[in-house]
Design a protein around this ligand. Structure first.
Ligand code: GLN
Length: 486
């Protein structure tokens, strides 16, 4: 059961081979055994989970089920959840209980899924390693000396260690895809606007997008069916006809045009990652796809543009936590050092303070044009690169992250090295495009490698098709970390 797909779990529940209460207990026991060493969950509440499981069992008895009814799902602690603690990985929210549910939580509750717990994450989703959490670092199930990636590292580790059959995450610059890659699971960041951000604590609102993490593309499709859809409470939510994201899973890949961007295979890409991704491209050719060399000439500017835009939006957002106006129109902040001291007093961690400082600086009088406006122009150029690319290919494929997982502490003191983790994932956020990562092999120290697939706007069904066909031909996604020390 711990290894079963969501489809299998759903069938087992429908056929009464297991009840939702039994299934939830099974995963809670696994969490109890492993969370002490992996630190993937911030909050657990077995009583609440089991109450939902009992309600799901009643629904199943009546035959009033949906595909996720009775299935436990772990939620990133960035989704506000009524009557559960929601910390966003921060000390500043360490006693925050939301009076309402995020849209995503409502959707899962409506489908009859069970909340298994709230997962650990980088503070306010700012990070690539889950080390900036006030609640301590998450450990990678493939090797506990290594980071699981971030910021959705708790969700990725929970799925990798089979502590949860599925989880939610958010991705502003790579925070679903990069931890999926480093922890050896599958993760999908939808097109901007497909999943409502209502109740998803904001990092950078023009980039943030929620999405699922799971063991396979097929599971992701099922989860996305529950998460996607218009919500009037998010002004950027897109009004579209509902889709079944499973509908193209079984299509053969013959004739598929795979765009391979040369910029994502150059300097900075580790040899072990390059080899695994190269082998995956060969596998796609065996499946009938053809490779199309493409260019994303402005993608080299994506990290610097992101580290202007994301901190600027974050500084504006975080102002609400203490009523001080950081960021936008922060002309009054002549003395940045003073503001820095203040954020420290308010309880933000070092990385969040760094972002507030950068964000306030680039928005302040005299620097706005030089940094913020320029970054917005670069953002447009990066989006245009993809418009050109998608005239010639159906999906863009490359590595998710330039290296496999690194050791805890290895990059903590070097922000630029840390930020470069997202060099291949950030362009999709800046353009608003959907992207996903699936396991495609192992590299140094037997750590997992992720394959990155970017599709055109709203082409999630196609991307899931590409990923599912690859997963039918390979078994990387079924590999499990051995010997997790409880
Ligand atoms: N690592 C990136 C950052 O720290 C992206 C994080 C995210 O996607 N939430 O900003």
């Amino acid at each position: 059961m711990l290894n079963a797909s969501l489809k299998e779990l759903s069938a087992a529940l429908a056929q009464r081979k297991i009840s939702s209460v039994e299934l939830t207990r099974l995963f809670l026991e696994r969490v109890e055994k492993l969370n002490g060493s992996l630190n993937a969950f911030i909050t657990l509440d077995a009583e609440k989970s089991l109450a939902q499981a009992r309600a799901a069992d009643k629904r199943i008895a009546k035959g009033a089920t949906q595909p996720l009814t009775g299935i436990p799902v772990a939620h990133k602690d960035i989704f506000v959840t009524r009557s559960w603690l929601t910390t966003c990985g921060s000390r500043i929210l360490s006693n925050f209980v939301s009076p309402y549910d995020a849209h995503v939580i409502e959707r899962f509750n409506g489908a009859g899924a069970v909340i298994l717990g709230k997962t650990n994450m980088d503070e306010f989703a700012m990070g690539s390693s889950s080390e900036t959490s006030f609640y301590g670092p998450v450990k990678n199930p493939w090797g506990q000396a290594y980071v699981p990636g971030g910021s959705s590292g708790g969700s990725a580790a929970a799925v990798a260690a089979r502590m949860a059959p599925a989880a939610t995450g958010t991705d502003t610059g790579g925070s679903i895809r990069q931890p999926a890659a480093l922890s050896g699971v599958s993760g999908l960041k939808p097109t901007y606007g497909l999943v409502s951000r209502y109740g998803m604590i904001a990092f950078a609102s023009s980039l943030d997008q929620g999405g699922p993490l799971a063991k396979s593309a097929e599971d992701l499709a099922l989860l996305l069916n529950a998460m996607a859809g218009f919500d009037a409470r998010d002004s950027t939510s897109v009004e579209r006809v509902a889709e079944d994201y499973r509908r193209e899973l079984d299509k053969p890949l013959a004739g598929l045009r795979i765009g391979v961007p040369k910029e994502h295979f150059g300097e900075g890409l580790a040899g072990d990652v390059g080899r695994a991704v190269g082998a995956a491209l060969e596998e796609f050719e065996k499946l009938g796809a053809k490779r199309v060399p493409i260019g994303l000439p402005n993608s080299g500017l994506s990290v610097p543009a992101y580290y202007v835009i994301a901190p600027a939006e974050a500084a504006s957002n975080l102002s609400r936590f203490d009523g001080v106006r950081y960021g936008h129109r922060a002309k009054e902040y002549r003395d940045l050092a003073d503001m820095y001291r203040r954020t420290r007093a308010e309880g933000f961690g070092a990385e969040v303070r760094r972002r507030i400082l950068i964000g306030t600086y680039v928005l302040s009088h005299g620097y706005y044009d030089a940094y913020y406006l320029k970054a917005q122009k670069i953002r447009r150029l990066i989006a245009d690169d993809f418009v050109e690319a998608f005239k010639r290919c159906d999906v863009v494929v490359g590595p998710t992250s330039p290296t496999v997982a690194f050791k805890i502490g290895a990059k903590a003191a070097d922000p630029v090295q840390m930020y470069l983790n997202d060099i291949y994932t950030i362009p999709a956020n800046l353009a608003g495009l959907p992207g996903m990562s699936i396991p495609c092999g192992f590299g140094r120290d037997d750590l997992p490698v992720g394959l990155h697939i970017v599709g055109n706007y709203f082409s999630e069904a196609k991307m899931l098709n590409v990923a599912h066909q690859y997963q039918k031909a390979t078994d990387w996604h079924q590999r499990e970390p051995a010997g997790i020390q409880p």
